[in-house]
Design a protein around this ligand. Structure first.
Ligand code: HAM
Length: 421
């Protein structure tokens, strides 16, 4: 579980700001749910025999003896809340959320025990158009972050539950024939969750897995049609994808479309966004049959990716533009009033006012250490003349004496032209 320290929080805000604007532009409304739920909600939705429920949940008994769990993901909570508040009665919903999730996994780069997701969930729409829409939304985010060339869309269809059950029998028969090649983990899954064996990263099993029967070849007609509808829409929109017949996902609620956006730039934890369709979940949790599709992305991984690829824009570095520095205590009031005036006139500017007094030398040092590009100095001479001195802290450039009346315009033009550069 990580602290987010000041040197990186601006980058998180940059990412979160992009997501917030984007979900709004697609007509998705935010939902916020508690970070704890009844344990049974996750067991019933994610599935009793998944890694998450079997091994990774932070579960505890509260003072009433109820079993509660820190949410390991957002979809189940979203469905619970939507049902509880009647959001699914004869209506469609496009929702998004963000926040911390908790899984007791083995931590490594890109995998943490408290991590953060942004997710979207669309309810009440059964056609492939909405599957395409959520994928287009994510693709636009990659474009806006400069990530498009670094991520790949992997697609699969898990078919209907009947088709999946029939396929499961075929797959188990195939694995039984190759039992000697299964590792310990896979042997365990053979009875509990054989589809997950396809997901194994064990290189010794790769050739055997490559020859395993493919779910894509055993789809029911309706799921095949749905999948073809989705791929046609993606092609029309110019979104590249690869079909990965072994993509099965680690949560049990999926049927039909599943997808993941992956990158090779992060090592083994390369899935930055993942989701799919879960048409059976609302009914399974006691609601009316409601088609649904969504995804969630891992914020840590995306932030790491932006840093690794050096795609962090200056605006996401959180640096100050201007340090307003009274050169002695006499100038404190004027400096504070001037700083307030600049904040009113130039709300985009990141301005810090020197507080805490100090000697002339230590004040100048603080200005240098502030990281700001510019400092505005106010001393006795400046006060008398109604002027201020603009000092360039990060470039070799003569300082300028400015009339306070003209200050706003000059600061505005200076920061605007710097942004263009
Ligand atoms: P998930 O594949 O379990 O799906 O997680 C989605 C994303 O969350 C992953 O692709 C990854 O980027 C991030 N993530 C997961 N676990 C960790 C971790 N331990 N540390 C850092 N990042 C992590 C879901 O959670 C589904 N609820 C997605 C969904 C929404 N499906 C439909 N709607």
């Amino acid at each position: 579980m990580n602290d987010l320290l000041p040197d990186r929080s601006a980058l998180w805000q940059y990412f979160e700001g992009k997501v917030q604007a984007l979900t709004q532009r697609y007509g998705y409304a935010e939902i916020r749910t508690p970070i704890v739920e009844q344990t049974a909600l996750f067991a019933r939705s994610i599935g009793e025999v998944t890694d998450i429920v079997e091994k990774e949940m932070y579960t505890f008994e509260d003072r009433n003896g109820d079993s509660l769990t820190l949410r390991p993901e957002g979809t189940a909570s979203c469905v619970r809340a939507a049902m509880e508040h009647g959001l699914l009665h004869n209506q469609t919903q496009r929702l998004w959320y963000q926040g911390p999730m908790f899984r007791h996994e083995r931590p490594q780069k890109g995998r943490y025990r408290q991590f953060h997701q942004v997710g979207v969930e669309a309810f009440g729409l059964e056609g492939p158009d909405i599957d395409a829409e959520v994928i287009l939304l994510s693709a636009r985010l990659w474009r806006e972050l400069g990530l498009s060339d670094h991520v790949t869309l992997e697609l699969n269809s898990l078919g209907s539950s009947e088709a999946r059950a029939a396929y499961r029998d075929k797959l188990v028969a195939y694995f039984e024939q190759h039992r000697d090649q299964l590792d310990e983990d896979s042997l365990r899954r053979l009875t509990s969750n054989p589809l997950r064996i396809l997901d194994s990263k064990n290189p010794d099993m790769a050739p055997m897995l490559a020859d395993a029967p493919k779910l894509m070849d055993h789809l029911d007609d309706a799921s095949r049609e749905h999948f073809e509808g989705l791929t046609a829409l993606l092609q029309a929109a110019g979104i590249d994808y690869v079909i990965n017949p072994r993509l099965v996902r680690g949560l049990d609620y999926y049927g039909r479309t599943v997808f993941e956006w992956t990158t090779t730039a992060l090592g083994s934890q390369g899935t930055v966004c993942a989701g799919g369709r879960y048409d059976g979940l609302v009914e399974q949790l006691g609601g009316k049959p409601t088609p649904a599709v969504g995804f969630a992305m891992g914020i840590e991984r995306l932030v790491l990716l932006l840093e690794t690829l050096e795609l962090v824009p200056d605006s996401a570095l959180g640096e100050l533009d201007l340090y307003v520095l009274p050169l002695d205590d006499v100038a404190t009031t004027q400096a504070m009033l001037l700083a307030e005036r600049i904040r009113s006139e130039l709300p985009e500017l990141r301005l810090q006012l020197h507080c805490g007094g100090g000697s002339f030398k230590s004040r100048i040092k603080k200005a240098d250490k502030s990281g700001a590009r510019l400092a505005l100095l106010l001393g006795e001479d400046e006060l008398e003349a109604g002027r201020a001195t603009l000092k360039f802290l990060r470039e070799e450039r003569e300082q300028m004496s400015l009339d306070q009346g003209a200050l706003i315009d000059i600061l505005a033009s200076m920061t605007a032209s710097d942004e263009r550069a």
